[in-house]
Design a protein around this ligand. Structure first.
Ligand code: NAP
Ligand code: MG
Length: 522
């Protein structure tokens, strides 16, 4: 929880698990943000001409520093989010090491010029396209995975030769500054990656306003995303938008029940449910519903809230905790049953909320249509898989989803019908962790993709080049045009595109004088 001091020059960040202050950060004004953008702009030329080898060295060194100091950085993240050190190690430190390594290894290959075929009427040209860095990229990120969700776009943008200005969530500036510290230690030149701290409404908006910003990468809620995207559109700047989710899991009677229980439980409750791709709706075929539910409840009951390995960490934001509580209240009022959890233990100091399982839910309950972003899981039986797919697709979101079945044909058929940006078969959340898989949402969950080859190309301008280098000065279409060329061109069209073999042959012969003229040196 951040609290803005009265002089509005600094804001403090509090550890949500203890209530203790963990740091004070500058609340940057529009002027300070604009200076940061201009520093990044001045550095652009130098960085854009740096070699892939140089960038690779920096990224490999950065991942080595991060890996060697993994506990230290996991604790920085844990302190400002309230997540356990283990959760930070797994989903932030390890993920970021992998992203650094991945683009160190692959950026040059993904951004190599692409040679393409020419045009038969334009002989002798060599055609290819290049991926060029865009300039200064603005990144705005959320608090739930404050290291991973800053590092992903930042590393990708830098690998492609851009410079970056990052506005982290005001709850979690320390994680963003830790990323900057690691990259500087690894040899990234000053000014190539700037971090601006402060609120969304002042610091974030100032970043969006600067005319030097060539692209925006936003991760956050659909509500704020809509506002931010409108601003980028007004300035005709491209934006990748990674927004909210309401991810469903479908478990068929052919599933390995234990695997489905372990996976979904983790997918729903890791990071205290504050995961954009966290499981929020669980649909289970009726034949196995009782067995699934009883296994699920027995493990859920054994989970404890706290900071030890395997415990469920604290929620990060007070507003988020209120949403969770109000969704449970709304569901109970409309007839749902809470089978485990559902109430905070009053003795807890931090913002802990226990993992909660609900049944007897109906589609008019908020927790079935609105993003929860907390440790709630409604489990619903289904008789007909088409009905399960319809429920899974019924929300405005389409980020990720899961299907559990040992019958892969069945699982793939369901996966194809799910309207989400990714599908995990017999797994939860892992498509995000595979840096080679493009990540992003459909519907109101987002626009564009990052990760993988597509992801790095998204941070570039594509420049198409055609090269001509033959000893020919005048083309047949240059002025003055020889009138016989008209018939010749018509014959060539038939020779090339007609599907009638006889006409093709006759026209090819008729085309010869024209071809000769076309290729004649003059
Ligand atoms: P948020 O409230 O939308 O904030 C995201 C970022 O935008 C923060 O840095 C915030 O700054 C900033 N911001 C707020 N208002 C702004 C404005 N007017 N102009 C510019 N920037 C502004 O989201 P959140 O609460 O941090 O994160 C939770 C949400 O993110 C959930 O909906 C979750 O599903 C989504 N999410 C999506 C993904 C994905 O990959 N699709 C991943 C993780 C999370 P302040 O913190 O200073 O307000
Ligand atoms: Mg928010």
């Amino acid at each position: 929880m951040s609290e803005i001091n009265s002089d509005r020059r600094f804001f403090s960040v509090v550890n949500p698990a203890t209530g203790e202050e963990v740091g004070k950060y500058p609340l940057m004004s529009a002027k300070e943000v604009h200076s940061a953008v201009e520093r990044a702009q001045r550095k652009f030329e130098e960085w854009s001409y740096s070699s892939f080898k140089q960038r690779k060295e920096i990224l490999l060194k950065a991942s080595s520093i991060l890996a060697e100091n993994a506990f230290y950085y996991a604790e920085v993240i844990s302190r400002e989010t309230g997540k356990t050190r283990f959760d930070a190690l797994l989903a932030e430190v390890a993920t970021v090491c992998d992203v650094m390594h991945y683009y160190a290894k692959n950026a040059e290959k993904f951004l190599a010029p692409v040679k393409v075929e020419g045009n038969i009427f334009l002989p002798g040209r060599k055609a290819y396209y290049l991926f060029e860095p865009k300039g200064v990229i603005g990144v705005i990120s959320p608090w739930n995975y404050p290291f991973t969700l800053c590092a992903g776009p930042v590393i990708t943008a830098l690998s492609a030769g851009n410079t970056v200005v990052l506005k982290p969530a005001s709850q979690t500036p320390g994680s963003a500054l830790a990323l900057q510290e690691i990259l500087l230690k690894a040899g990234l030149p000053e000014g190539v990656f700037e971090v601006v701290t402060g609120s969304g409404s002042v610091t974030g908006e100032a970043l969006l306003e600067h005319p030097a910003l060539e692209m925006l990468f936003f991760t956050g809620s659909t509500e704020v995303g809509r506002k931010v995207y409108t601003k980028a559109a007004q300035r005709l700047k491209p934006a990748i938008m990674e927004l909210g989710g309401k991810d469903p899991a479908i478990v068929t009677k052919n599933a390995d029940i234990k695997r489905a229980v372990y996976s979904i439980l983790w997918g729903a409750f890791t990071n205290c449910g504050q995961t954009c791709i966290g499981m929020e709706i669980c649909l289970v075929e009726r034949d196995i519903f009782d067995e699934f539910l009883s296994e699920f409840l027995s493990i859920t009951r054994s989970l404890k809230c706290g900071q030890q390995v395997g415990e469920i960490g604290s929620m990060t934001m007070a507003e988020q905790l209120k949403i969770v509580e109000s969704q449970v209240e709304d569901a109970l009022a409309k007839g749902a049953k809470v089978l485990v959890g559902g109430k905070r233990d009053g003795a807890e100091k931090g913002m802990y909320y226990p993992p909660t399982v609900l049944t007897d839910v109906t589609m008019n309950m908020k927790l079935m249509t609105e993003e929860t972003f907390g440790p709630l899981l409604p489990i619903i039986p289904y008789d007909d898989v088409e009905e399960a797919i319809r429920i899974a697709n019924s929300t405005p979101y389409g980020l990720s989803s899961s299907v559990f079945s040992k019958d892969l044909e069945e699982a793939r058929a369901i996966a194809r019908k799910l309207k989400t940006g990714s599908v995990n078969i017999n797994d939860c959340l892992v498509t995000f962790a595979m840096t080679s898989l493009p990540f992003g949402g459909v519907k109101e969950s987002g626009i564009g993709r990052y990760h993988g080859d597509i992801g790095i190309r998204a941070f570039t301008n594509i420049k198409s080049i055609s090269e001509f280098n033959m000893d020919i000065q005048k083309e047949f279409y240059h002025y003055p045009i020889d009138p016989s060329m008209e018939k010749g061109l018509q014959a060539m069209l038939v020779a090339v595109f007609s599907r009638n073999p006889l006409k093709k042959m006759v026209s090819a012969i008729r085309s010869l004088p024209t071809l000769k003229k076309i290729l004649k040196k003059n």
